[in-house]
Design a protein around this ligand. Structure first.
Ligand SMILES: Nc1nc2c(ncn2[C@@H]2O[C@H](COP(=O)(O)OP(=O)(O)OP(=O)(O)O)[C@@H](O)[C@H]2O)c(=O)[nH]1
Ligand SMILES: [Mg+2]
Length: 264
């Protein structure tokens, strides 16, 4: 059996990671694929996600706060390193499940996942050659051109840091009016449109800085894919599945006739 395709869902706090993991898991299961969910958030309190492997079995945020006399932020940092020490237990539990897809929900704050040395160890240990990062764009930020540029840069940094293929997912599209959705998706496809939108949001005091950022984005943005999704509407999940197939499966496993219709 091939090793599973492992997808790490990351993004800014509240971007919709846990909800999307739950929605994509439901989609994969109803389409007949075996998928496991891993929760790597020691402070996660979601009731909609029932992980198959849960880091809270080994590391719980309230315990870390109490034992190390830390506040929530300090405890998250300490927990990130404690998680790395348990990653082989997680890997062992996962290998017993033998699923084709592994969906990993990561801690709330993206910097805990992206910029701690321990996270690289976790990603290397859990994912094999078939690993993908799904970077989530929260429409609360992505709906302004300035916010969209910030997310593109952050996503590019996460990809650069982990050296893994990365797909950008715009989340909660049900919250955007159709015109706004089209605009945001258009920015992802066309850096010139994005540049015009940034300019229309007002002058930037440091012109050299914004020119430099745009020069970088002109190169970076066309290499990035942005897929619109909504966990609430269960939309954009089949395109996400297809993207994963094209990346890892060569597209031969596209048995979409089994799949439930995508509502988006
Ligand atoms: N309307 C709408 N709301 C959503 C959607 N996905 C998530 N939400 C809401 O957005 C909020 C955050 O969702 P989560 O899935 O907890 O996001 P998260 O990135 O896991 O959050 P943290 O782990 O706390 O950083 C919750 O109130 C969700 O109900 C969606 O597709 N549509
Ligand atoms: Mg979450």
């Amino acid at each position: 059996m091939d090793e599973p395709a492992t997808i790490f869902f990351t993004g800014t706090a509240g971007a919709g990671k846990t909800s999307l993991v739950a929605a994509f898991h439901a989609w994969l299961s109803s389409a007949g694929y075996s998928a496991s969910v891993v929760n790597l958030d020691p402070g996660g309190e979601s009731t909609e996600l029932e992980p198959d492997v849960d880091i809270r079995e080994w590391v719980r945020l309230p315990d870390v706060m109490e034992e190390h006399r830390l506040g929530p932020n300090g405890a998250q940092i300490a927990a990130a390193d404690l998680i790395a020490l348990k990653v082989f237990d997680v890997k062992q539990a996962l290998s017993e499940l033998r699923s084709d897809y592994v969906l990993v929900d990561t801690p709330g704050q993206v910097e805990l996942f992206a910029f701690r040395e321990s996270s690289k160890a976790i990603v290397d240990a859990l994912g094999g050659d078939r690993s993908l990062i799904a970077f989530l764009f929260d429409p609360a930020l992505a709906k302004s051109a300035n916010g969209f540029v910030s997310l593109l840069m952050l996503s590019a940094l996460v990809e650069f840091r982990f050296r893994l293929p990365t797909v950008n997912l715009l989340t909660k599209t049900d919250l955007l009016a159709p015109g706004a959705l089209e605009e945001v998706v258009g920015w992802g496809a066309d850096p010139d449109r994005l540049g015009d939108a940034v300019e229309s949001e007002g002058p930037t005091p440091d012109v050299q800085l914004s020119t430099g950022i745009f020069r970088a984005l002109e190169t970076i943005a066309p290499m990035m894919t942005l897929l619109p999704t909504s966990s609430r509407d269960a939309s954009g999940l089949e395109p996400l599945y297809r993207h994963i197939q094209l990346l890892f499966g060569g597209g031969e496993d596209l048995e979409v006739s089994q799949a439930p219709p995508d509502e988006g």
